[in-house]
Design a protein around this ligand. Structure first.
Ligand SMILES: *[C@@H]1O[C@H](CO)[C@@H](O)[C@H](O)[C@H]1NC(C)=O
Ligand SMILES: *[C@@H]1O[C@H](CO)[C@@H](O)[C@H](O)[C@H]1NC(C)=O
Ligand SMILES: *[C@@H]1O[C@H](CO)[C@@H](O)[C@H](O)[C@H]1NC(C)=O
Ligand SMILES: *[C@@H]1O[C@H](CO)[C@@H](O)[C@H](O)[C@H]1NC(C)=O
Ligand SMILES: *[C@@H]1O[C@H](CO)[C@@H](O)[C@H](O)[C@H]1NC(C)=O
Ligand SMILES: *[C@@H]1O[C@H](CO)[C@@H](O)[C@H](O)[C@H]1NC(C)=O
Ligand SMILES: *[C@@H]1O[C@H](CO)[C@@H](O)[C@H](O)[C@H]1NC(C)=O
Ligand SMILES: *[C@@H]1O[C@H](CO)[C@@H](O)[C@H](O)[C@H]1NC(C)=O
Length: 535
C-alpha cells in the first residue's frame, strides 16, 4: 500500500527509498483520505453541532472517515469525562481537544523496513509514526512528545496506541541519529508524502538534507523531549521494546551533542573556538538569527551548563545557557538512568547518565539563580556565565513557570515560588501581557500584544488555589472560540488569535482537565468522585 502511494506521488521520492515487501499501514493512509478537507482550512471556521453553553462552541472533529487515527479507548475517556462535566462549553472543548492529535496529525504510521538513499544512516525498520505539529506538514520533536503525552497511560492496555507511541520513538531515533541539531523534520521518504517547502534561506553548520529536515534550529529541549518520550513510555507500559540498537545509537548521539554544546566560546588560552553548530537566516527579525556570524553571544568556561541556540518558541536565545531546558535535560538524564537501571541496563552507561544529571542540576542552581531586588532568590531565564542574565519567561514549555511540571523541583520550593510570582507579574516579566480581554505570558514569537493559552494551562497545573485554577481554565475556554486551543490571543480582543490548529496546545489543555478531574473533581464535575484515566 505504501509502495503504491509513493509511486503515485512521484518517481523522485519513490526512487529515494528501497521498499521491502513487509510494509503494512497501521492507520488510514493519506491516499484513503484524499477527499477529506484539509484540516488547516477546516479548523478556520466553526462546524455544527454547537454546545448549549454561553459560548456555543462548535464541534471541530473531522468526520469519522477523515480522522488519521481512531482509538476506542480515547473515545471512552471522552464520553466518561464529558458525561460528568457541568460546563457544556468545557465539554465541547475537551471533546475536540483530547483526540486532536489522533484525529488530525498522524500523517504516517506503518510497520516495514526501508533504507533512505540520500541519508543512508536512516534505516526505517519496524513500527514508525510521523506526527505533524498541526498546520505545518512537519514534525517537531518537542511538540510531538507533548502531543502524545495524554495517550501514554492508555498504551499499557491498548495495543494500537502502544504501537503508535513505539513508532514515534523509533522515528525520532532516526531523526536524531541523522541530524541531532535539528528540531523539525520532513515526512520520512518511505511515506511518499512530499517534503514541505521551507522558503527561509538559512546558513547552517553542520549542513543537512532539506528533504529530511524541515528546519534545523538547535534547541536543547528537543533532545530532552526524545528522552522524555521513552521514559514516559517505559513508565506507562513497563515495556522495553523501544530500547533497540537504534535507540541506543540515538542516545549516544544525544550525549555526544551535549558534550559539543557544553563547549564555551573561548578555550583555556582565551582563543575563540567556533562552535560546531552555527545558524544564520536572512531576516529582519532579531529573534530569527544568531549574532556573531551564527555563533550566538559569548558563553563562559567552567559553567557546566549546556548551550541552546534557540528556545522552545523557536526564537533565538540571547544568552545560550537557557535555564529551563537545562533543568529539563537534567531531569530526563536522571529518568533515563533510572529506566535503564530498572531494566538491568549497562551499569557504566547508567552511572554516566546519573553523573551528568546531577552535575547539570548543580549548574542550574549555581549559575541560574540570582537575588532579585523585589522577588528575592529567583531563577533567570538565560545566563552567559559572565554574570549576564535575561530575566523573563516565555509561554512555551520548558519555561520557568513549568519547572515543577517538568519534575525539576517541588512546587513549594521557595526559589520557585519567588520565580512564579515574578514571571506572573507585569513588573517582573516583560512578557507578562494583559489587556481588556485576555492576559497571561506571551513571548517574542508572536509579539507584545498577544498572550498564550499554554501559559494559563501551566499556571493552572502549578497551583493548589481553586480560584486561580478555574480563572485560568475559564479564560482559556473563553479564548477558544473555534472549539480548539489556539496559539496566542490578542489581549484586547479575545476573538483575534494565531494558529487555529496547534495540536500541542490541545493536548496540554486536555491533560490539564484530566489532572483537575483526578485531583480536584469538584471544580468541574457535579460531584467529588475523582476520574482517573484507566491503565
Ligand atoms: C449537575 O447538577 C445539576 C443540578 O443537580 C443538574 O441540573 C445537571 O443536569 C447536572 N449536570 C450534569 C452534567 O450532570
Ligand atoms: C511488524 O513487522 C514485523 C516483521 O514482519 C512483525 O514481526 C511484527 O509483528 C509487526 N508488528 C506489528 C505491530 O504489526
Ligand atoms: C519553494 O519555494 C520557493 C519560494 O516560494 C520557490 O522558489 C521554490 O521553487 C520552491 N521549491 C519547491 C521544491 O517547490
Ligand atoms: C509514572 O507514571 C505514574 C502513573 O501514571 C505517574 O504518577 C508518575 O508521575 C510517572 N512518573 C514519571 C517519572 O513520569
Ligand atoms: C557500557 O557502556 C559504556 C559507556 O557507554 C561503554 O563504553 C561499554 O562498551 C558498554 N558495555 C557494554 C558491554 O555494552
Ligand atoms: C468572555 O470574554 C468576553 C470579553 O472579555 C467577556 O465579555 C465575556 O463575559 C466572557 N464570557 C465568558 C462566558 O466568560
Ligand atoms: C487564590 O487565587 C485568587 C485568584 O488568583 C486570589 O485572589 C487569592 O488571593 C488566592 N488565594 C490564596 C490563598 O492565595
Ligand atoms: C477582533 O478581532 C476579530 C478577528 O480578527 C475582528 O474581526 C474584529 O473586528 C476585532 N474587533 C475589534 C473591536 O477590533
Amino acid at each position: 500500500m505504501i509502495v503504491s502511494t509513493a509511486a503515485a506521488i512521484g518517481a523522485a521520492i519513490a526512487l529515494s527509498v528501497l521498499p521491502r515487501a513487509n510494509a503494512a499501514a497501521l492507520h488510514k493512509p493519506a491516499l484513503a483520505r484524499r477527499d477529506c478537507p484539509d484540516y488547516t482550512d477546516y479548523s478556520q471556521s466553526p462546524h455544527s453541532p454547537y454546545s448549549d453553553g454561553p459560548l456555543h462552541l462548535p464541534f471541530q472533529r473531522p468526520t469519522a472517515e477523515c480522522r488519521t487515527f481512531v482509538s476506542e479507548s480515547v473515545e471512552k475517556v471522552i464520553s466518561d469525562v464529558t458525561s460528568r462535566l457541568v460546563d457544556p462549553d468545557l465539554a465541547m472543548l475537551f471533546t475536540n481537544a483530547l483526540p486532536n492529535t489522533l484525529d488530525t496529525t498522524i500523517a504516517w504510521h506503518v510497520n516495514g523496513s526501508w533504507v533512505h538513499k540520500r541519508s543512508p544512516k536512516a534505516t526505517w525498520t519496524g513500527t514508525q509514526s510521523f506526527v505533524i505539529t498541526g498546520d505545518i506538514n512537519a514534525e517537531w520533536l518537542r511538540d510531538s512528545v507533548n502531543q502524545l503525552m495524554n495517550y501514554q497511560t492508555l498504551a499499557k492496555s491498548d495495543t494500537a496506541l502502544y504501537q503508535l507511541i513505539l513508532g514515534a520513538i523509533n522515528t525520532q531515533a532516526e531523526f536524531i541519529i541523522n541530524y541531532p541539531f535539528c528540531g523539525a523534520f520532513q515526512p520520512p521518504s518511505p511515506s511518499g508524502l512530499a517534503p514541505t517547502n521551507n522558503t527561509q534561506i538559512d546558513t547552517v553548520t553542520p549542513n543537512y538534507d532539506h528533504s529530511f529536515v524541515y528546519e534545523c534550529k538547535y534547541e536543547l529541549d528537543s533532545l530532552a523531549s526524545f528522552l522524555s518520550l521513552g521514559n514516559q513510555f517505559y513508565n506507562a507500559t513497563k515495556s522495553t521494546e523501544y530500547l533497540s540498537d537504534r535507540w541506543y545509537t540515538a542516545l549516544d548521539t544525544v550525549l555526544k551533542t551535549l558534550d559539543e554544546e557544553a563547549q564555551p566560546t573561548f578555550d583555556s588560552n582565551g582563543q575563540y573556538v567556533t562552535n560546531i553548530y552555527t545558524w544564520q537566516r536572512q531576516t529582519t527579525l532579531g529573534t530569527e538569527t544568531l549574532s556573531l556570524t551564527g555563533e550566538g553571544n559569548p558563553l563562559n568556561r567552567g559553567v557546566g551548563l549546556i548551550r541552546s541556540a534557540f528556545r522552545p518558541s523557536d526564537d533565538a536565545t540571547i544568552f545560550g545557557y537557557f535555564i529551563p531546558a537545562n533543568a529539563m535535560m537534567s531531569v530526563q538524564l536522571g529518568r533515563t538512568a533510572d529506566t535503564l537501571e530498572a531494566v538491568g541496563g549497562n551499569k557504566t552507561l547508567v552511572e554516566g547518565l546519573r553523573t551528568r544529571s546531577v552535575n547539570l542540576r548543580k549548574a542550574v542552581w549555581e549559575h541560574g539563580v540570582f537575588e532579585h531586588p523585589t522577588y528575592g532568590k529567583v531563577f533567570a531565564f538565560e545566563v552567559d556565565g559572565y554574570g549576564g542574565r535575561n530575566v523573563m519567561d516565555d509561554a512555551n514549555i520548558p519555561s520557568l513557570l513549568a519547572l515543577p511540571y517538568l519534575g525539576f523541583l517541588d512546587v513549594n520550593d521557595e526559589t520557585y515560588q519567588n520565580t512564579r510570582k515574578m514571571v506572573l507579574s507585569a513588573d517582573g516579566n516583560p512578557y507578562y501581557l494583559s489587556g481588556s480581554a485576555f492576559h497571561g505570558i506571551g513571548g517574542p514569537h508572536e509579539g507584545l500584544t498577544t498572550a498564550w493559552p499554554m501559559s494559563l494551562l501551566v499556571q493552572a497545573q502549578t497551583t493548589d488555589n481553586d480560584t486561580e485554577i478555574m480563572d485560568c481554565i475559564n479564560l482559556v475556554i473563553n479564548s477558544s472560540r473555534l472549539g480548539l486551543i489556539h496559539e496566542s490571543i490578542n489581549v484586547n480582543n479575545i476573538t483575534d488569535y494565531t494558529r487555529p490548529w496547534f495540536a500541542w496546545a490541545n493536548s496540554l489543555f486536555s491533560q490539564t482537565i484530566l489532572k483537575i478531574a483526578e485531583e480536584k473533581p469538584h471544580l468541574i464535575f457535579n460531584d467529588s468522585t475523582p476520574y482517573v484515566v484507566p491503565t
